[in-house]
Design a protein around this ligand. Structure first.
Ligand code: SF4
Length: 155
């Protein structure tokens, strides 16, 4: 039984990590580097990562830029519309902790105050290579997950 789980899980995880569909939430200058990541130089398509226009088809939410309190409800709504298992990357200082604007009354001091974050990318702005590196780290994490057992236990 253990072997069946192990092989099936490996195959399932390999499929998931090879087809990460991501939703962009770019609210400020980090978004420019985020868009560049999908371009030909960094070309994250080669890892199977492609952008989607709807949270309902997305595995990964990439939050890039300043998040204000007015935006917070939308960010949470997008996250809640994503099917599990779902992941979040906070890209850049603003998404991580409010960055340059964390002293402002209107700025959320990190997107993790609204939704759970799996990976943080430091920098202002992080380069596309940093986002590609985060995607690879997420793939490594996916390969170690026991998601099938979690689902089986809760069914
Ligand atoms: S971290 Fe820097 S580059 Fe990114 S959104 Fe904030 S101010 Fe702009």
């Amino acid at each position: 039984m253990e072997c069946i789980f192990t092989n099936t899980e490996w195959f399932l995880n390999w499929g998931r990590k090879s087809s990460i569909w991501y939703l962009l939430f770019a609210s400020a200058c980090c978004g420019i580097e985020l868009m560049q990541t999908g371009g030909p130089r960094t070309d994250v398509d080669r890892f199977g990562a492609v952008p989607r226009a709807t949270p309902r088809q997305s595995d990964l939410l990439i939050v890039a830029g300043t998040i204000t309190y007015k935006m917070a409800e939308r960010v949470r709504l997008l996250y809640e519309q994503m099917a599990e298992p779902r992941y979040v990357i906070a890209m850049g200082s603003c998404a991580n902790c409010g960055g340059l604007f964390q002293g402002s009354y209107s700025v959320v001091k990190g997107v993790d105050k609204i939704i759970p974050v799996d990976l943080y990318i430091p920098g202002c702005a992080p380069r596309p290579e940093a986002l590609a590196d985060a995607l690879i780290k997420l793939q490594e994490r996916m390969m170690k997950e026991k998601y099938l057992r979690t689902v089986g236990a809760s069914a």
